[in-house]
Design a protein around this ligand. Structure first.
Ligand code: I3S
Length: 128
């Protein structure tokens, strides 16, 4: 990509709308609370934005918006987790710090692409 030599501008890998619930914080279980979230994969981070309606294609850029939270993908684990919800197309993301998220889409191809893209980023980070 044109920016690949500029380490100060991490590459935007993927962005889109997913349903999200955080189910653990530092290993402590949380009550589920599903909400739509604008999810942005940039560099080694998965960044969540609260209000998808207010997002524009440029709003993921640092300084342009206020992320709800951000996840460091280094050492993270990804598992399909359809048994953890009555919803279809659910996977679980667990960070090294013991934060756990369920992510879901009604659209099979959407969730499959997210799963595959996240897994490949996680795998790349292992070998760095
Ligand atoms: O795994 P659970 O506890 O059945 O998850 C459901 C609950 O969190 C429910 O909220 P209440 O805390 O008011 O019961 C949510 O509305 C549901 O969406 C959760 O289940 P699903 O199957 O949607 O993940």
């Amino acid at each position: 990509s044109p920016d690949s030599s500029d380490s100060s501008t991490p590459e935007l890998e993927k962005a889109g709308l997913l349903n999200k619930t955080k189910i653990a914080e530092g290993g402590r279980k949380l009550r589920k609370n599903w909400n739509p979230s604008w999810v942005v994969l940039v560099g080694n981070s998965l960044v969540f934005f609260k209000d998808p309606k207010s997002q524009t294609p440029s709003s993921w850029k640092p300084g342009n918006s206020h992320p709800e939270s951000s996840v460091d993908l280094r050492g993270a684990q990804l598992h399909w987790a359809n048994e953890m919800s009555s919803k279809k197309n659910v996977f679980k993301l667990r960070t090294v710090t013991g934060n756990e998220f369920l992510l879901q889409s009604e659209t099979d191809s959407v969730i499959t692409e997210w799963f595959n893209t996240l897994q490949s980023v996680i795998n790349k980070l292992v070998s760095l």
